[in-house]
Design a protein around this ligand. Sequence first.
Ligand code: SAH
Ligand code: SF4
Length: 367
Amino acid sequence: MDREGLAAAIACEDPAFEEALRDEAYRVKVETIGPEVYLRGLIEISNICAKNCLYCGIRRDINCQRYELSDEEVMATAKVASRRHFGSVVIQGGERTDPAFIRKITRLLKAIKEIEPAAEGELPLGITLSLGEQSREVYEEWFDAGAHRYLLRIESTNPDLYHKIHPNNSLHSYDRRLQALYDLKEIGYQAGTGAMIGLPYQTPEDMADDLLFYKEFDAPMVGMGPYNPHPETPLTLSGAPYPSAERRLALGLKMIALLRLLVPDINIAAATALEVLDPRGREKGILSGANVIMPNITPEEQMVKYNLYDRKTLLRDCPSSVDPEKRDTHICRNCVFPFCSLGDDLNGKKIVIGYGRWGDSKHFKKP
Ligand code: SAH
Ligand code: SF4
């Protein structure tokens, strides 16, 4: 589990080794934190972004149809999460620092906290934000308004690689992003981070360093996922090579497994990006040691515009959108969300969904 060992495990493409690693991570997960998987209803609030990350399909300079959910739409969506006993929501979107947007988030946080829990014994919805880099004051305002977790991926812990996949200007500074993570932690958020897996220029040593960073930063939750190219981004158009879809899936699952073995008691999300590579991608993430899933509950007409990468397959492959009869047997109960293709065979593995629970990481210690 040192840098060299992790890099060797990441570089090794032997399917039997990779399978054994995933099985062991799943076993350790059940043994350490139990069989529960927690749900976070994902609300993609807006695809308007002030930044220009070279890999991202909603970057500022890409020509796409922009949207922003109204307060009413966000509230209606949060109520769906509450009614379905998801326990928590994640509000994610492009990075914006204009006062109107900041005030809107504060207003929504307070309003979501007022939603009456759907069943006795349930807490008001837990709220994670994922809205990029903000000033410390803004993070504090949102924390005071009710957000208690924040997901800010470091994207890559190798500053050289970070700068290869971002424009070279002060809006895209590695040091600034790292500082934002420490701000979040000091304020008292459960500060989650993560990186993309299978990026151009990325080496097994880089990925090993990412894992060691999560441990050193003492992240109570990690959301990392495979890089998926978007056809119109500068990174894709540059022609820089990256691993095949098959390898990126295997790497994504292997990173989950290695992290579970490295820090057994944290929350690890099975990212949506896995689902693009395999219709059962997120389930495979769970069976590799992840314990959090984020069913997408963004209203459908807006969801299709949140194209960080090409997500068409997500729509096509969802069993519930193909077969309405399946809805009642879905693990997220009466699933009507086209991006959520969680199937029943998970239940066959005796995975227990932590309905109506926040599912905070046992690892988190208040500062
Ligand atoms: N704007 C915020 C949150 C939304 S983007 C932020 O950047 O933090 C959420 C995540 O999507 C990013 O952290 C990035 O890791 C991921 N992402 C963007 N483009 C991607 C791509 N092409 N493939 C895989 N993940 C991508
Ligand atoms: Fe904006 Fe986030 Fe995409 Fe970067 S990754 S362009 S900050 S939405």
